[in-house]
Write a protein that binds this ligand. Structure first.
Ligand code: KG4
Ligand code: ZN
Length: 340
């Protein structure tokens, strides 16, 4: 099945053409990051307007790169939520319009479900597996038994890991989104230079909390302002990264032991992080667990990842009705019911 996939949940307008939920024929990502950077974060109203400007050219480019016309499409997979309502509506309306005009089915997919299955574009992972999804809006541990069969084992009770990275970078005076910049700066720093908290490390749950870490960085900067770049800034970045990765790895290890999982998927934008990638590799080799982390180009927001669950749902008769709306807040655990 040749699917067009569309993603507009936040600040990336993306479209991809994917065959059989596996072969990426094209993947186009138009980022608004430079526009939102001036405001220190994503401005929802601007995001919607930019999606509206970019959606048609991005879809056309994806078809052009794949070397096919609209008539070759057999279905459309699109992010239905969670995300910014106005932003979601742009991609969702485009998907519905194409499906209606071409008389092909479309399916609304959960954004995190896309992240979860991004590794499948490289190599399918046998079910069941444990998944750590770390992005700008999510830090979740899921037990995944199949498509649409997810159980949340743990989640952040405040900031997501990516949010903590971006907020910490902002406090340090770095541009939005600062996750990648902290990661880069951390390479030259000493990760034990500063003692930062490890929130909820030993609370006996699989939940996370990162807002206290952000406050600790704020207090540190208030006492000892740092210049960018400097050794002090690199040390702060390395110590922050160490604290985040330590907690993510410890909770993931607890989840592996609790579930007896033989496979682990790490996905989402923060899965680009060099410290997290090496830490998870070490953890999995120590525990004898098979690790799947997508190539960094598939970790951040893209449309191709949506085609994996999209292909499954459409080939199993779970098309969405034209009356379906976007869902800004959408719990992964309720996906099966909402599709049926
Ligand atoms: O999955 P994603 O592209 O969008 C959301 O669904 O949120 O994730 C974006 C998040 C941002 O917070 C960004 O700063 C973070 O991923 N990120 C990183 C790195 N690259 C992206 N965080 C830490 N280290 C990185 N290398
Ligand atoms: Zn995302």
């Amino acid at each position: 099945m040749i699917l067009l996939a569309i993603e507009t949940s936040c600040d990336e307008t993306a479209a991809a053409v994917v065959r059989d939920g596996r072969d990426i024929l094209s993947s186009v990502i138009s980022s608004q990051v430079a526009i939102h950077a001036a405001y220190g974060g994503v401005v929802p109203e601007i995001a919607s307007r930019k999606h509206l400007e970019s959606i048609a050219p991005v879809i056309n480019q994806a078809l052009l790169d794949a070397g096919i016309g609209m008539e070759a499409l057999e279905g459309v997979a699109v992010t239905r939520g969670p995300g910014l309502s106005g932003a979601l509506l742009v991609g969702f309306s485009a998907a519905k319009a194409i499906a209606f005009a071409r008389k092909i089915p479309f399916v609304g997919v959960h954004h995190i479900e896309g992240h979860l299955f991004a590794p499948f574009l490289e190599q399918p992972v046998p079910f069941p597996f444990l998944a750590l999804v770390v992005s700008g809006g999510h830090t979740h541990l899921y037990h995944v038994e199949g498509f649409g069969r997810y159980t949340t084992l743990g989640r952040t009770i405040d900031d997501a890991a990516g949010e903590a990275y971006d907020k910490c970078a902002k406090i340090m005076g770095m541009p939005y989104p600062g996750g990648m910049l902290i990661d880069r700066m951390a390479q030259d720093g000493n990760s034990v230079a500063l003692k930062l908290p490890r929130p909820l490390l030993r609370d006996g749950t699989l939940n996370f909390s990162f807002s206290g870490l952000k406050t600790a960085v704020m207090q540190q900067i208030a006492k000892h302002p740092v210049a960018i770049p400097s050794q002090a800034a690199a040390d702060l970045c390395a110590s922050f990264q160490e604290a985040v990765c330590h907690v993510l790895a410890a909770k993931t290890e607890a989840a592996i032991r609790q579930t007896g999982a033989a496979r682990l998927v790490v996905a989402g934008g923060v899965a680009c992080n060099s410290g997290l990638r090496s830490r998870m590799a070490a953890l999995c080799s120590q525990l004898g667990v098979e690790l799947s982390i997508p190539h960094p180009s598939l970790c951040g927001d893209n449309a191709a990842m949506l085609a994996v669950p999209g292909d499954y749902y459409l080939s199993h008769g779970f098309a969405s009705p034209q009356t379906l709306d976007v869902t800004a807040n959408w719990n992964m655990d309720s996906i099966k019911e909402s599709l049926l």
